[in-house]
Design a protein around this ligand. Structure first.
Ligand code: F6R
Length: 611
C-alpha cells in the first residue's frame, strides 16, 4: 500500500536523467525510497534504494545507463517498511517485467496466494508485487492484453506503469482512483503522477481517466477503455515553470508563504463585482431554488483543509444562519452521516486527490447532496466528481506543509458564503460592500506582514530551541486559526503543540502550563476579547511566556502578555487570513532553527491518496 510519484519516459534522450529529474519534482508525494528501471541493450536494468532520491542517485553510475526507455518511482511507505527490497519498480519472476504503482491493491493477499500456487515467487512485502507477476502470468506476446487482464483481476486503486524487456519500445499504464497524466513531446512521450515532473519537456498533456489504459511508443500514444480506442483531449499547461521551482528561496515553504499576497490576488481576480455589490461565482451552478432549499451545510476535509473548514463554520453560520457541520473526511465516511438533498456539502482539498476526502464526496453525492469543491488542482479527481468547483488558483504547492493553499481555501469559503448570502438575501448591501472592500485589501496587508514581521518572527522562533511543548489558544475564529498554527508547528518542527479554545483550558490542560512554557494567544475577535484576556491572566498566573497576536492599535493586549505580534487591522470576520501568516512563519523559522527538513518532514507526504 503506497502513496508515491511515478514517471515514465520513452524517446530519444537518455532516460535516466529524465526519470531522476521527474522524481525530484514528485518527491512531495513520498520520499522514503526510490527506484528506476531502464531497458539497456535489450535488458531490463533495475536500481532501487531506501532513503531520499540522492541515495538512489548515488547508486546509479550514469555512464552505464544508455537506455532511452524507463520508469521511475518515489515512495511513501504504509505497507511494507521502507527498504531496498520494498522499493519500486517491482519485477516478475524472470526479472523481465517491471512495474511502478501508486495506490492500494485491496485483494493482494488473495492474488498473492493464487500466484504462489501457480509457482510465482515473491521478493517484497508490498501489495504492488502482485502486478508484475500478474502481467507475467497473462503475457502471451501482447503487453496491452496482459495489462488488461492484470487490471481485471485487481480490486483497489492504482496508477501503474509497466515496462517489459520483451517490448523494449513500449510502456503501458493503467489508472483507477489515482492520478496519471501523459506528456506529449516531439518524438518523446512521458507518464507522470503530476505536471511538474514533465513540464520542462512539454506543456501538452492528456489526463487519464479511471478505467483507461494508455500505450506509449516512440511514435505516439494510444488510449483504450474496455478494449476500445478512446479519443483524448490534449490540454495545454500555461503555468510558468518557475512556479514549481524554489526561485531563490532556501525552501519551498518560505517561497510559498511569500507567494500568498499573489495567491490572494489571483483568487479574487474577476470575482469581486466592480461596484463591490457582490461576488461573481459563475462556476457555481446552484439555482436560486436549490440555494433556498439548503437546510444544512456539511464541510468535509482533512488536515489543514479541515482547519479551513472550521473557519468556514464560524463564517457561514454567522452570515447565512444555516447550521454548519465540519467533519474530518475519514470520520464522515464511516459515521452514516445525516446528509440528504437539503444538505449542501462543501469539500475542501488542496490536491483534489486525498482518498478519504474523495470517498466522503462520493458518499455525500450518493445521499443526494449537492457538492461544491474548493480545490487547487484543475482536473483532479475531486474537481471532476463535484457538481461545482471553486478553484483556489494558488499555483503548485510543493512543500508538505500547506500555506498558500490554506489561505486561498479561506478566500474560497468567503466567496462562496457571500455568493450564497446574496442569493438568500441575508447580507445587507452595505455589509456586503464593506466586506468586499476589506477582502480587496487583504493581499496588500498580507504583503505588509511579510515585509515587516520577518525579523521579529525569525528571532521569536528561537524559543522553540528550548521547548518541546507549546500551546495555541483563542476563541471563535481565533480558535480555528490556533488549530492551524499548532499543526504547522508540530508537523515541520516536531514541537508538540496543542490548540485550545481559550475558555476550555481550565478544564484540564491548565495543568500543563508551567513557568516559561510558550503560549500563543490569538486576540483578534473584539466580542470575546475581554474573555480571552481573562484566560490569558489564568495562564500568566502560572508564569507561562505568552505571545499575543492582535490587530495594530490594540494597546490593551500589551498589558497582559510578554510579547505581541501585531497584524494589520481588518474585519474580525476576515482576521484568519492575516493571523495565520505569522504563525506559518514562526513554524517555518522554528523548523529551520531546529535543523529539521522543512519541505519534507518525517513520516509525511504531500498527497495522501490512501485511507
Ligand atoms: C498540512 C497539510 C495536510 C493536508 C491534508 C489534506 O500542512 O498539508 O494536513 O491539508 O493532507 O490534503 P488536501 O488538502 O490535499 O486534501
Amino acid at each position: 500500500m503506497i502513496v508515491c510519484g511515478i514517471v515514465g519516459y520513452i524517446g530519444t534522450r537518455l532516460a535516466v536523467p529524465v526519470l531522476l529529474e521527474g522524481l525530484k519534482k514528485l518527491e512531495y508525494r513520498g520520499y522514503d525510497s526510490a527506484g528506476i528501471a531502464v531497458i539497456e541493450d535489450g535488458e531490463l536494468v533495475l536500481n532501487r534504494s531506501v532513503g531520499k532520491l540522492h541515495m538512489l542517485e548515488g547508486k546509479i553510475n550514469g555512464d552505464a545507463h544508455q537506455g532511452h526507455v524507463g520508469i521511475g518511482h518515489t515512495r511513501w511507505a504504509t505497507h511494507g517498511r521502507p527498504s531496498d527490497r520494498n522499493s519500486h519498480p517491482h519485477t516478475d519472476c524472470t526479472g523481465k517485467i517491471a512495474v511502478v504503482h501508486n495506490g492500494i491493491i485491496e485483494n493482494f493477499l488473495e492474488l498473492k496466494e493464487w500466484l504462489e500456487e501457480n509457482g510465482h515467487v515473491f521478493q517484497s512485502e508490498t501489495d504492488t508485487e502482485v502486478l508484475p507477476h500478474l502481467v507475467e502470468h497473462f503475457h502471451q506476446g501482447d503487453l496491452l492484453r496482459a495489462v488488461e487482464q492484470m487490471v481485471s483481476k485487481v480490486r483497489g486503486s492504482y496508477a501503474t506503469v509497466v515496462l517489459s524487456e520483451d517490448h523494449p519500445g513500449t510502456l503501458v499504464a493503467a489508472r483507477k482512483d489515482n492520478p496519471l497524466i501523459v506528456g506529449l513531446g516531439e518524438g518523446e512521450y512521458f507518464f507522470a503522477s503530476d505536471i511538474p515532473a514533465i513540464i520542462n519537456y512539454t506543456r501538452k498533456i492528456m489526463v487519464l481517466e479511471d478505467g483507461e489504459i494508455a500505450v506509449l511508443t516512440a511514435e505516439g500514444v494510444k488510449v483504450y477503455k474496455n478494449g476500445s480506442p478512446v479519443e483524448k483531449e490534449i490540454q495545454l499547461i500555461t503555468w510558468d515553470t518557475k512556479a514549481a521551482e524554489k526561485g531563490g528561496y532556501p525552501h519551498f515553504m518560505i517561497k510559498e508563504i511569500n507567494e500568498q499576497p499573489r495567491a490572494l490576488r489571483d483568487i479574487l481576480t474577476g470575482r469581486i463585482a466592480p461596484d463591490f455589490s457582490g461576488v461573481d461565482l459563475q462556476e457555481v451552478s446552484l439555482t436560486a431554488e436549490q440555494i433556498k432549499n439548503i437546510r444544512k451545510i456539511a464541510v468535509v476535509a482533512c488536515g489543514t483543509a479541515y482547519h479551513a473548514g472550521i473557519v468556514g463554520k464560524y463564517v457561514m453560520e454567522k452570515m447565512l444562519r444555516i447550521p454548519v457541520e465540519v467533519d474530518i473526511a475519514s470520520e464522515f465516511r464511516y459515521r452514516n452521516p445525516l446528509i440528504d438533498a437539503h444538505t449542501l456539502t462543501v469539500i475542501i482539498s488542496q490536491s483534489g486527490e486525498t482518498a478519504d476526502t474523495l470517498a466522503a464526496l462520493k458518499e455525500a453525492k450518493a445521499r443526494g447532496s449537492r457538492v461544491v469543491a474548493i480545490t487547487n488542482v484543475v482536473g483532479s479527481s475531486i474537481a471532476r466528481e463535484a457538481h461545482d468547483v471553486v478553484y483556489t488558483w494558488a499555483g503548485p504547492e510543493i512543500a508538505v506543509a500547506s500555506t498558500k493553499a490554506y489561505i486561498t481555501q479561506l478566500l474560497g469559503i468567503y466567496l462562496l458564503t457571500l455568493f450564497l448570502g446574496k442569493e438568500l438575501g441575508r447580507i445587507p448591501a452595505g455589509e456586503m460592500t464593506d466586506i468586499l472592500h476589506h477582502l480587496y485589501q487583504l493581499p496588500k496587508q498580507a504583503q505588509d506582514i511579510l515585509d515587516h514581521l520577518n525579523e521579529q518572527l525569525n528571532k521569536m522562533a528561537e524559543i522553540f530551541n528550548q521547548w518541546e511543548d507549546t500551546f495555541f489558544v483563542g476563541r471563535g475564529l481565533d480558535y480555528a486559526v490556533a488549530l492551524e498554527g499548532s499543526l504547522k508547528l508540530k508537523e515541520i518542527s516536531y514541537v508538540h503543540a496543542e490548540a485550545y479554545a481559550a475558555g476550555e483550558l481550565k478544564h484540564g490542560t491548565l495543568a500543563l502550563i508551567v513557568k516559561d512554557v510558550p503560549v500563543l494567544a490569538l486576540c483578534t475577535q473584539p466580542d470575546v476579547f475581554e474573555k480571552t484576556v481573562s484566560n490569558i491572566k489564568e495562564i500568566k498566573a502560572r508564569e507561562a511566556h505568552v505571545i499575543g497576536v492582535a490587530f495594530e492599535g490594540n494597546k490593551e493586549i500589551g498589558k497582559s502578555v510578554d510579547e505581541v505580534i501585531y497584524i494589520p487591522e481588518t474585519l474580525p470576520l476576515l482576521a484568519p487570513v492575516l493571523t495565520v501568516i505569522p504563525l506559518q512563519m514562526l513554524a517555518y523559522y522554528a523548523s529551520v532553527h531546529r535543523g529539521c527538513d522543512v519541505d519534507q518532514p518525517r513520516n509525511l507526504a504531500k498527497s495522501v491518496t490512501v485511507e
